[in-house]
Design a protein around this ligand. Structure first.
Ligand code: GUN
Length: 298
C-alpha cells in the first residue's frame, strides 16, 4: 500500500485565541457602555506553589489586557476549610464579582471537592461544579471547563472533523478528560463523535490510539505518545505541558507535551505544538466564561 504523506496542519492556539478575544472585546465594550458592568474575576490562591503563582499572574495579565478586573486572594498554606468557604460565600453574594476561581491543586489538608462545591454554579467560570458538569453531560452546557472548551474552539477554527469520527481521549481527569468526553459525545458544535476514553486501567493503549481519527492526550507524561502508536492521518491535540531537563537549553529545561511531536508530526494530519497549542486557549476561555457570567448578571 502507498504511504500517505500529509501536509500536516499546525494547530496554533494563539490564532484561535486572537480571533475569540476580538469578539470578546466587542462584548466587553457593550457591557461597559450600555450597562456600566466590567467583568470581574475573583481568584483564590492558597499557598505558594510556583506553577500556580505563575498561572494566576498570567490570568491577571490577560484580564488587565482585556480591560476586565481580576483580583487575587492570596491565602496562607495553613488556611482552614471554614475560612476558605466563608470567603467563597462572601464572593458568591458580591454582585460586583462575576467569576470565582480556586486555583488547583489545593494543599492536601483541604477537601478540594467540598471547596469547589461551595462556589455558586452561576459564578463557576471553571465549570467544575457538579451542576455545570451535569448540564454539560445532558447536552446543555452552561460553563464549560476552559481547556476542553478551548479544544472545541481549536477544532472549530481549523475545521477539524468530529462528526462520525472516532475520538480517543487519553486521561480521565475532571479538568480535561471527563468534560472532553461529554462535549465530543454530544450532538453539539464539533461533537457527534464516537468517543473512547483511555486511562491507567486501559489494557493495550496502542490498540485504541491507532484507531483514533482524533486523539486527545491529557496524561501528564512527557512525550508519551510515539509515532508507532498512531495511524496515518490522525488529528492530534496535545494537552500536556511538561518541564524536562535539557542541558542544551539556556534555562536547563524545556517544555514538551504528552506527544513525541517530531516522531508523530509526519504521520499526523494536524497537531497542536507545545507550547503554543492548547495552552493559549485556557485563559481565553476563562475570559469568555467570565464575560458570559457578567452578561447573565444583567
Ligand atoms: N489548575 C490547573 N488547571 C486549572 C484550571 O483550569 N483551573 C483551576 N482552578 N486550577 C487549575
Amino acid at each position: 500500500m502507498n504511504k500517505f504523506f500529509f501536509n500536516t496542519i499546525l494547530l496554533k492556539g494563539s490564532n484561535v485565541s486572537n480571533h475569540i478575544r476580538k469578539n470578546l472585546t466587542l462584548q466587553i465594550n457593550e457591557l461597559k457602555k450600555t450597562y456600566n458592568i466590567t467583568p470581574k474575576l475573583s481568584a483564590i490562591l492558597v499557598g505558594d506553589n510556583p506553577a500556580s503563582q505563575l498561572y494566576i499572574k498570567s490570568k491577571e495579565k490577560a484580564f488587565k489586557k482585556m480591560d476586565c478586573i481580576s483580583e487575587t486572594h492570596n491565602l496562607p498554606i495553613n488556611t482552614t476549610e471554614s475560612n476558605l468557604i466563608e470567603l467563597i460565600k462572601g464572593l458568591n453574594n458580591d454582585n460586583s464579582v462575576h467569576g470565582i476561581l480556586v486555583q488547583l491543586p489545593l494543599p492536601k489538608s483541604l477537601d478540594s471537592k467540598k471547596i469547589l462545591h461551595s462556589i455558586s454554579p452561576e459564578k463557576d467560570v471553571d465549570g467544575f461544579h457538579p451542576m455545570n458538569i451535569g448540564y454539560l453531560y445532558q447536552g446543555e452546557p452552561k460553563y464549560v471547563p476552559c481547556t476542553p472548551g478551548g479544544i472545541i474552539e481549536i477544532l472549530d477554527f481549523y475545521d477539524i472533523p468530529t462528526e462520525r469520527c472516532h475520538a480517543v481521549i487519553v486521561g480521565r481527569s475532571n479538568i480535561v478528560g471527563k468534560p472532553m468526553y461529554g462535549l465530543l459525545a454530544q450532538n453539539l458544535r464539533k461533537g457527534n463523535a464516537t468517543v473512547t476514553m483511555c486511562h491507567t486501567g486501559t489494557k493495550d493503549l496502542s490498540y485504541f490510539t491507532k484507531q483514533a481519527d482524533l486523539l486527545i492526550i491529557a496524561a501528564g507524561i512527557p512525550e508519551f505518545i510515539k509515532g508507532d502508536m498512531i495511524s496515518e492521518g490522525t488529528h492530534i491535540i496535545d494537552v500536556g505541558i511538561n518541564r524536562v531537563n535539557d542541558a542544551s537549553e539556556k534555562k536547563g529545561y524545556k517544555i514538551v507535551g504528552d506527544v513525541d511531536f517530531f516522531d508523530c508530526f509526519d504521520k499526523s494530519a494536524s497537531i497542536t505544538p507545545v507550547p503554543g497549542g492548547v495552552g493559549p486557549m485556557t485563559i481565553t476561555m476563562l475570559l469568555s466564561n467570565t464575560v458570559t457570567s457578567a452578561k447573565n448578571s444583567i
